[in-house]
Design a protein around this ligand. Structure first.
Ligand SMILES: Nc1ncnc2c1ncn2[C@@H]1O[C@H](COP(=O)(O)OP(=O)(O)OP(=O)(O)O)[C@@H](O)[C@H]1O
Length: 260
């Protein structure tokens, strides 16, 4: 069965904790921003995603664009199952690999090799598959004898190399990716980019969050423009990108502040 990903009316909220919630509630009420509301327990929550729906089939490559705070990272994390929606659902056919944070789940007290084993067990892989991944990561991350030292003793560049190699060694049918994965130290990234592009080519479905229009134009077949947690526009890159790049950020900010 071909991979597919379907999102229906997805809502994600985050409670805001504050010493004086009564004052916070009053401040938010007067700010008239429709992004804040009270939940059933009378907590003030920010609505990070508000009724997002779309569906993707094998071959689709979706780029998420939008200003800071639009909801791109939250959507990727909800697709990966890291955030539980308050309403709506995500239905996926095909295994998902989320390249969101290379440190996610890494235990600093264990060695690099032990972390590879743990990640493999967590992904439900067989022992022989884990062994293959271990060899792949060992060759790619090029950490030498550090692979058998606790991760706590690594430099930040070494942690990045191990995390990147581990995250990209599991080939998924559905690949979720945050653009920061494309940043990093130049010499490592030229090697990393080839590996990433191969992973993207092999995935049946890609969802990538990015601030770079050139990535969307080169990699994506669809674009979803998020604004304040909702979809402002979705469609092919040649329709959505010009509208997104041409929109007036200051006018939008003024509209949000005035509560229009
Ligand atoms: N853990 C959290 N707790 C509270 N609020 C959060 C949390 N994560 C995100 N938010 C809020 O949810 C909204 C969406 O944030 P999100 O990080 O998804 O935006 P983004 O589009 O990825 O932004 P950026 O381009 O700056 O990375 C923002 O208003 C943000 O403040």
């Amino acid at each position: 069965m071909a991979a597919s990903l379907r999102v229906d009316e997805l809502h994600v909220t985050f409670p805001l904790y504050h010493g004086d919630t009564r004052t916070l509630r009053k401040t938010l009420a007067s700010a008239a921003s429709s992004r804040f509301e009270q939940d059933q327990q009378k907590r003030v929550v920010v609505q990070a995603l508000r009724g997002i729906s779309f569906s993707l089939k094998a071959g689709d490559r979706l780029g998420l664009v939008g200003n800071n705070g639009a909801g791109k990272t939250t959507l990727l994390r909800a697709l990966a199952g890291i955030y539980e929606p308050v309403r709506g659902r995500v239905t996926a056919h095909g295994e998902i690999n989320a390249l969101l944070d290379t440190n996610l789940g890494m235990n600093l007290d264990l060695t690099g090799r032990e972390n590879i084993g743990l990640r493999g067990l967590h992904a439900g892989l067989t022992r022989s598959r884990i062994r293959e991944i271990e060899q792949d990561v060992e060759a790619f991350a090029d950490l030498g004898s550090f692979l058998d030292m606790p991760v706590r003793t690594y430099s930040s560049g070494m942690v990045l190399r191990l995390g990147f190699a581990m995250a990209t060694s599991i080939r998924p049918r559905i690949l979720l990716m945050d653009e920061w994965f494309l940043a990093g130290d130049a010499s490592f990234m030229s090697k990393a980019r080839d590996r990433l592009e191969e992973l993207v080519r092999q995935a049946e479905i890609l969802v990538i969050s990015t601030h770079k229009p050139e990535i969307v134009a080169a990699w994506c077949t669809h674009v979803l423009w998020l604004e304040n947690g909702s979809i402002r526009l979705q469609g092919p890159p040649d329709e959505v990108l010009p509208a997104y790049l041409g929109h007036d950020v200051q006018a939008d900010a003024a509209m949000v502040l005035s509560g229009d």
